[in-house]
Design a binder for this molecule. Structure first.
Ligand code: ATP
Ligand code: MG
Length: 373
């Protein structure tokens, strides 16, 4: 798929701006603090309705304004789709084909994006929370039902933790209500877990192919899902997962009541990356960790294509300067020609002599953008 044009109004440091993108590779060039990341972020928000940088929506709206608007025209195999999102202190309003969408899951998935920023290179080294967010974002885009189940899971989890606190403080004593919440948690948690296990298997397939290539066939990458409950992961059915999750929650009830917290379930899980059988987070060199992060990130392109029949749009924020020459070439090779890419940089030095397609270059300066003639 492609983003053919975008219009942003009162978004971050942009007053108003309309751009069209006939070329596959679009480079946004400018000095620091001019609005390069803001523009990529606006594309990300158009796709995901949320920013990757902040959960505070107020920050997205221009200081002098009450609401921001982003409109885009997406081109897919099935035709063109206008998308629109309005952000204000009243919340977010989303439209597909000019029709307002009440459900997040009927909006997300229209435009698929993959964002790659320098902090993604810490996917391997960073916190488990970062890896969970990674799964949730990527899986949510190709599977909107997952997003729905995840939101339900999080809402039951919150209720359940509140209730556990009330029980601990002896403000409540009814354990039957805890049973009901536990069953609901196992139902949605099981769905979340099931979808994640499937997703990780596919991601591993594509990521390993790339990892092998980047490492000149010297390294194999395996991705394991670390579950906080004991799981027999081979060919397990959804019902079986829900049953096992429920059982684990019941087995740990005493501890949960004592700690007044739910400490088992997908909100506590993690990913483990193994290179040639060794945990790369613990034993890998910095280069191996970067190759792993790059492979996993780029694998999403192939995965999304195999799931949806369309390539996603790729947003590369400042990553070229973070990669060595060889990894830069791999990155460009993966995308060139087939994946529409929006790339920000402060200098063209990392790109010179490496591009095989003619890019459009846009100069970004103080919230204004000019296309190179
Ligand atoms: P770098 O190369 O350093 O990453 P950049 O071009 O990516 O720079 P951005 O992050 O896109 O920079 O823009 C940052 C600027 O946007 C900040 O300096 C800030 O002044 C401005 N900005 C951020 N939020 C708002 C807002 N809500 N209203 C107006 N301006 C804003
Ligand atoms: Mg930036």
């Amino acid at each position: 798929m492609r983003l053919n044009e975008i219009e942003v109004q009162h978004y971050r440091n942009y007053d108003g701006l309309t751009l069209d993108f006939p070329k596959t590779l679009n480079i946004f060039l400018g000095e620091n603090a001019q609005g390069k990341t803001n523009l990529l972020e606006s594309i990300y928000v158009l796709a995901m309705t949320r920013s990757h940088r902040t959960s505070n929506e107020k920050e997205l709206v221009h200081w002098d304004s009450d609401s921001a608007r982003i409109r885009g025209v997406i081109e897919k195999k099935t035709g063109t789709v206008p998308l629109e999102i309005i952000i204000s202190n009243k919340g977010r309003k989303t439209k597909v084909n000019h029709i307002e969408q009440k459900r997040l899951s009927s909006y997300i998935g229209q435009l698929n994006v993959i964002l790659f920023a320098p902090e993604d290179l810490s996917l391997v080294k960073g916190s488990p929370q970062l890896r969970r967010k990674f799964i949730d974002m990527e899986l949510g885009q190709v599977n909107p039902i997952y997003l729905y189940d995840l939101v339900q899971y999080q809402s039951v989890l919150k209720q359940r933790n509140q209730y556990l606190k009330q029980l601990a403080e002896k403000k409540q004593s009814d354990l039957v209500y805890l049973d009901i919440l536990t069953e609901q948690l196992a139902e949605f948690g099981g769905k979340v877990l099931f979808a994640r296990l499937e997703f990780i298997k596919k991601l591993e397939h594509w990521a390993n192919l790339l990892h092998k290539k980047i490492s000149h066939e010297k390294e194999e990458l395996a991705i394991d899902y670390f579950s906080s409950i004991p799981l027999d992961k081979e060919n397990i059915s959804l019902e079986e997962i829900q049953k096992q999750l429920l059982q684990s929650l019941l087995d740990n009830r005493k501890r949960e009541l004592f700690k007044a917290n739910t400490f088992l379930g997908p909100h506590r899980d993690d990913l483990i990356f193994n290179v040639n059988g060794q945990n790369v987070q613990t034993y890998g060199s910095q280069g191996q960790q970067r190759t792993t992060a790059l492979s996993v990130k780029l694998a999403e392109i192939d995965l999304m294509y195999s799931e949806t029949g369309e390539y996603p749009v790729l947003l590369l924020d400042d990553v070229m300067s973070e990669l060595d020459n060889e990894r830069q070439l791999h990155l460009l090779e993966t995308i060139e020609g087939k994946v529409q890419t929006f790339l920000t940089t402060t200098s063209l030095d990392h790109l010179n002599n490496k591009l095989t397609v003619e890019p459009d270059i846009f100069y970004v300066h103080q919230g204004e953008i000019e296309r190179e003639a």
